[in-house]
Design a protein around this ligand. Structure first.
Ligand SMILES: [Zn+2]
Length: 255
């Protein structure tokens, strides 16, 4: 059972009892937030940034723009860090599973990481897509998973506007034979020539059903208007951008 018992608040304007700070730091390190490894006082900017990161992702924001950087005793942030399904920071770069594959053709430090929430749902969605495609789609490529969030979380140097908090992922479109194993960007987007419409339809259906997605940005009008699977957003004609919702919390021991 995940456990995080504290005596007071930590972080920005917190009481910051050294024993509490150490417990929170160790829990954050256990979850993969390596930025806090040097933190001892609870007032370090890296420590406060990671508290804000947690506060932003648990509110479903793709940017570090929520929260006050303070973990209040028995408050939401505290409960989430003690939770059985606390958001860990995990590597997606180079990984693959049934029905999905990281393309690995970008800088790992820039987009190779995400929350465990996202990775778990990719795994589940990939499996469900694989099963559905076996029955209904020929020459179905995997979900081509590209950039998520930076290794250290926070600002994404490649210029993505969100992607800071590990709940966003870009997925390249499936292509028709002979390009089943390619994921190149369709130039001057043409939805009829190389685009594997049937595979994309099942992919988006599975993402919508199994990924607890908040939205899928993808601009093919058949997907936005007829199928109502995706929403229009500028610059999303050549990939899907998926943002997930936080899960329901499964409480651990926090008091
Ligand atoms: Zn994106």
């Amino acid at each position: 059972m995940a456990t995080l018992i504290l005596s007071g608040s930590v972080g920005a304007n917190g009481k910051n009892d050294p024993a509490d700070v150490a417990k929170v730091r160790d829990r954050l390190l256990e979850l993969g937030y390596t930025r806090v490894d040097h933190c001892k006082t609870g007032r370090e900017s890296d420590f406060i940034l990671i508290i804000k990161l947690i506060q932003s992702m648990i509110q479903g924001s793709g940017k570090i723009d929520k929260g006050d950087g303070k973990l209040s005793l028995h408050g939401e942030t505290h409960k989430w860090l003690a939770a059985q399904n606390a958001p860990a920071w995990v590597k997606v770069f180079g990984e693959s599973g049934l029905g999905w594959q990281s393309t690995g053709d970008y800088a790992e430090s820039n987009g190779g990481y995400a929350t465990s929430w996202l990775l778990d749902r990719l795994k589940w969605t990939g499996m469900m897509y694989r099963a559905a495609a076996l029955i209904g789609v020929s020459n179905a490529p995997p979900l081509w998973v590209r950039e998520c969030s930076p290794k250290l979380a926070g600002k994404n140097p490649s210029g993505h506007k969100s992607h800071e908090t590990g709940i966003d992922v870009d997925i390249r479109l499936p292509l028709l034979p002979p390009h089943t194993n390619d994921w190149f960007q369709l130039k001057g987007h043409n939805y009829t020539k190389l685009f594997h419409f049937e595979a994309a339809k099942v992919q988006c259906q599975m993402i919508k059903t199994h990924m607890q997605s908040k939205y899928i940005f993808f601009n093919d009008p058949r997907f936005t208007d007829d199928l109502r699977l995706t929403s229009f957003e500028p610059n999303h004609s050549e990939h899907y951008h998926v943002r997930i919702k936080p899960p329901a919390r499964i409480d651990g021991v926090y008091r």
